[in-house]
Design a protein around this ligand. Sequence first.
Ligand code: PEP
Length: 256
Amino acid sequence: MPVAFAPCLLAANWKMNMDHLQTLEFIRELSLLLPEKEAEGSGVEMAIFPPFTSLRTAQVFSASYRCPLSLGAQDVSPHPSGAFTGEVSASMLSRLGCKFVLVGHSESRKNHHETREELVGKVKNAIACRITPILCVGEKEKSVEGLEEICSQAEEVFCDLDPEERGKVIVSYEPVWAIGSSVTASPDIIRRAAGALESDLFGKFGASPKILYGGSVNERNIESLKGLGLGGFLVGRAGLNPAEFASIFRCLAGKE
Ligand code: PEP
């Protein structure tokens, strides 16, 4: 059975923030701010990506508080199981209720020196366990060469996937210069990047992945970005605060 998605995904990458008690508190507050009924039929799917140590708490308490959240992990091993100290497999994430996993976030690329083979392994293992990989791509500097950089980051993974796997990947455009900064990419830059990724991946592989944008999105700028026709947004800092996360949700769901 194919995995079902709402038309718009609002994903919160918590990075190395939020221990299990803070995760519990976030879910409790979000469930008061956004009752399940309000999220139902909104066309917007909310997902949080806590550290591995908070996934079980998020799984248990989003169910018991009836908090309308999907779950994702921030990384996954490129191997299915075995002697890989410190790594977490896709099947373990699947048992914790993860529907999504980030692959190739710019911080992981930089800090863990991920190779192309590892990125491909992560994507393939996630898909084999029915987890949707969100492949992050982004240019380091703001420049005209940026489009080539992001297309080649996506291509180098897509070229080793089979057609069925290609249809199960989400791509998130995350310019490195916009992440964690005070500037978001302009609507024009985002439109150009999403268009370049779409035509490149369709032209070379016949793939039409959902495209997200991430990089300093918050409750003040979401209104100017929501009309871009994207598949959703990946937020960092703005996803740590339940009130701001709920307000971004309401803007995307057209409830403000
Ligand atoms: C991110 O790290 O994926 C991100 C989008 O962070 P921020 O929103 O804080 O720029």
